[in-house]
Design a protein around this ligand. Structure first.
Ligand code: HEC
Length: 184
């Protein structure tokens, strides 16, 4: 799928998908009203056809990407890794800070998938606050997913050191934990 994996760099070095830019170009080229003579005016400020077209193309591309996406499964040796960081107050505070800085834009502060960027992505970000979704995943699996990423989720191996990766895992666990009052 040429063109769907383009990215752009934000301050702080993080990349996010640039569907808007890609699809605008595609829709401009495909627009029957604009294609004649190769004089595309995709950037014309008052014309909203390119925008409409890009939205339609984005939806189409999104459906293809979603249909072609296999389940995300960690390698067995990664899934089996033991978490060396106890989920104490220091680890949770560090994980919370890292989560808010790096993850909440997509996953939302509560992890429910309602971050500002989530609705712009063609791939669902999942629900980190769902006990059901999280229960089947070992700490090793979660660490591997955060470290590795999978488009459009970036890899965090370069940004978060090992200790912070485990801190984030510890914090993510708390998002799906029942509130203290509900615990037996
Ligand atoms: C650019 C948006 C984005 C950012 C930033 C992001 N994620 Fe994700 N995340 C996603 C998407 C999209 C998926 C689903 C990927 C897939 O299934 O292919 C995902 C999936 C996950 C999963 C797997 C969920 C499951 O049910 O298997 C975990 C865990 C996760 N993210 C944690 C994090 C953490 C922790 C951070 C911050 C360190 C983070 N993500 C930052 C977009 C993002």
């Amino acid at each position: 799928m040429h063109g769907t994996r383009s990215s752009t760099t934000l301050p702080g070095g993080r990349w996010v998908p640039a569907f808007a830019g890609t699809t605008l170009g595609v829709s401009g080229a495909a627009s029957p009203r604009r294609g004649r003579g190769g004089s595309l005016s995709v950037a014309a400020p008052r014309c909203h056809w390119p925008l409409l077209g890009s939205l339609l193309v984005a939806v189409g591309v999104g459906a293809l990407v979603a249909a072609a996406t296999p389940p995300w499964v960690a390698p067995a040796e990664e899934a089996a890794r033991q978490n060396p960081r106890p989920a104490d107050a220091a680890s949770l505070a560090s994980g919370r800070e890292a989560f808010r800085e790096n993850c909440a834009t997509c996953h939302g502060e509560s992890g429910k998938g309602d971050g500002d960027l989530a609705e712009l992505l063609d791939v669902p970000v999942g629900n980190l606050a769902s006990a059901e979704a999280m229960a089947g995943q070992s700490d090793g699996t979660l660490r591997w997913k955060v470290a590795t990423g999978r488009f459009p989720m970036p890899s965090f191996a370069g940004d978060l050191d090992e200790q912070r990766l485990w801190d984030v895992v510890n914090y993510v666990r708390t998002l799906s934990a029942p509130p203290p009052a509900a615990r037996p």
